[in-house]
Design a protein around this ligand. Sequence first.
Ligand SMILES: Nc1ncnc2c1ncn2[C@@H]1O[C@H](COP(=O)(O)OP(=O)(O)O)[C@@H](O)[C@H]1O
Ligand SMILES: Nc1ccn([C@H]2C[C@H](O)[C@@H](COP(=O)(O)OP(=O)(O)O)O2)c(=O)n1
Length: 226
Amino acid sequence: MADPAAVPVLTIDGPSGSGKGTISRLVAERLGWRLLDSGALYRAVGYAAGEEGIDLSDAEAVTRCARTVKIRFQPSADGGETRVLVNGHDATDELRTETAGAAASAIAVIPSVREALVDLQHAFRKAPGLVADGRDMGTVIFPDAAHKFFLTASAAERAKRRYKQLKDKGLSVTLATLQREIEARDERDASRPVAPLKPAEGAVVIDTTGMPIDEVVAKVFAVVRP
Ligand SMILES: Nc1ncnc2c1ncn2[C@@H]1O[C@H](COP(=O)(O)OP(=O)(O)O)[C@@H](O)[C@H]1O
Ligand SMILES: Nc1ccn([C@H]2C[C@H](O)[C@@H](COP(=O)(O)OP(=O)(O)O)O2)c(=O)n1
């Protein structure tokens, strides 16, 4: 079997709404590489735990859930959004809400939950390459990645982006609440002792405030040069 460590990885970390998912998808498409949306795994565990009636601060029960939950990414038949199946149920719509983001952030502070998801994340590393998006892709999960990026943008701009995204999907949200939730999540993700949100050593930091998506992609490819 080919050595997974020989498969190139490009990591894109950053806070909520910085554009990680969008940029990762575009970069992976252009390189013809696989994609790992690690945030979806944490969201899925938070969701599955909630479905089982588990208190999200019960580290033991949430860890058991993280070890047993079945998460499957299913490309949509019409080329649209990838569906996320959690224990066989299509939970894509539930997972995109800010409630699911907050639940993911809450269970992500539990070290044994993070450990339970490591092998699953490493399994995405398959030829010809992987683009991995999250909080600790460059620092913890793929420290040997060839290219590491960290996207940021002002909290106000990230809240505006998320507001538009959720409104477009028909969800009822307010800008002020979203900005508060995003700032609370930033604070928790960046201050936790294990795998906190921070740029990996040597990561290229891109402040995307006021920068169009194609320009961010161009900045990535200025470094990667396919
Ligand atoms: N540079 C950008 N300028 C404007 N909008 C952006 C930019 N990057 C992403 N977006 C939009 O912001 C929203 C959140 O982006 P997303 O990629 O989901 O962020 P993240 O994965 O970091 O939470 C999406 O609707 C996306 O289209
Ligand atoms: N690699 C990761 C990815 C996500 N998390 C946690 C922390 C985040 O607030 C939640 C949700 O992450 P996700 O990337 O889906 O959220 P955003 O799209 O950035 O809003 O999961 C993590 O701890 N480590």
